[in-house]
Design a protein around this ligand. Sequence first.
Ligand code: 0X9
Ligand code: ZN
Ligand code: ZN
Length: 533
Amino acid sequence: MLGFRLKSGFCGALLLAATGTIAHAATPADHHGDVLVEVEAWPDDLHALGLDVWTHRTAEPRVLVRVTPQDQAALDASGYGYTVVDPDLGTRVQAERDRLTGAAAPVLGGGLDPTFHSDFRDYGTVDARLDALAAAFPGRVSVVNVGVSLEGRAIRGLRISNPGPADRPVILMQSCQHAREWISVASAMWAAEAFASANAGSLLDGLLDQAELVVVPIVNPDGYVYSWNVERYWRKNRRDDHGVDLNRNWSVVWGGEGASPDPFAENYHGTGPFSEPESAAMRDFVAADPNMVAMLDVHSFGQLLLYPWGYDYVDSADEATYDAITSSMANEMWAPHQEWYSPLQSSDLYPASGNSIDWGYGVYGLYSITIELRPEFTEKWDFVLPPQFIIPTGEELVIGLAELIEASVALGPGAPGDSGGEVETSTGDPDTGGPGDTTTDDPPLTSGDPDTGGPADTGVDPPPPPPSTSGSPPDPLPEGTAGSEGSDSGAAADPLSERGCGCRSSNGGGSGWWWASLMLVAIRRRRQRLGAG
Ligand code: 0X9
Ligand code: ZN
Ligand code: ZN
């Protein structure tokens, strides 16, 4: 196993305590400079020296003592041996004060509306929050302009890092290629804010010394707005009257398996690679940054960590690395709420050519991972979730992202994977193979059980319990979703490309449960193919 596991104890509770102001003023009352030491002596021996002894009863000569700068000489003169347990008690004091004064509520920072994360937010509110965060944390956060959508909306994000060298590795997290996946927006904003507000000395703060994080919470603003105002289950962008699936519009094996040429299919790939301004803007943003090393593409739902290749059933040359990274992420993400995110090669879910992570990996060698957030596949929840899901899911995303940053820093830049099939685009992206060359040196996947054996493995378990830290979510929402799609069961042969089926009026009207059932069918079929039961 690679050595980039996060320290134990990194959990939601710690995260709450770790957020707040960036820097602390070192006044005497802050107890900065006070050290906690373990001294090899009896309590009374140290009382006699006038020290602040914290251990009252002990079976052996071993006690905890708070040693101020003024006390240090007396301790050293005493001759007792000691070890430092905590080099700066001021950090604890600061964290507690911040919490009790509200300065370290999970959503802090000067003038930021603390109710932002209490529910899902529309495009304008999310976009305004970016400016608010940049204003609240000027030393660490700035707004980045990525591009403009088809309907003219800004695609913007945040660059988050501590002051430092300009050539540090950059990790990109992009959300909401798919309009209806609202939890991806809310969780990304939570994660961005957790990093932005991380206390000096915290784990997240340490990562921001070593790397830069870029968060683009809404890649598909037109679709997101449409999902809010018109059609809740809209997936694609707003090209013409049908839309394009942005996650089939990237250039690596564009137009291959799991992408449809039917404009009205939910997985329509568009008229060519990067035909859409939203995917093209992300491409250009990545291409312009030579320090980019990783890409986390955030979706919902299913609680999955998906890695290349996704275009077809072929292993990548970096299978072992991806397995290590995603296993590490899943293990850490389990901690706060005991939710399991199953690591899986993307194509083991179903092939989806022209997706973003195949591009990030295939063209630039980015450590590229798709995360499918909560919920798991259940009959109760889908893209529409009660707001109580936001913070727990956000906490899980923060941890997964932190793990990916740590891994990326530890591993250093990766090499482009050979998909053998990037489709040329007019901008002259580096090519990983000949256009239209769909052959590959990689053998078909014949081993490698997609069943991770995790505590809550995908697809075969009963619905998960309510989020543990959020109280009970309300009863199933009275969703006005599309009616029965039972006849779509025939789509199992190719779950996505059958969706359009030439029936224009049905476009975008699929229910979340319909979608989840197709995912389940795809997983089960894949498992059967692998003989994995
Ligand atoms: O189909 C997609 O684009 C993603 N799932 S979603 O339900 N959010 O639409 C998954 C893409 C991952 N790649 C592959 N499955 N190949
Ligand atoms: Zn998606
Ligand atoms: Zn139809």
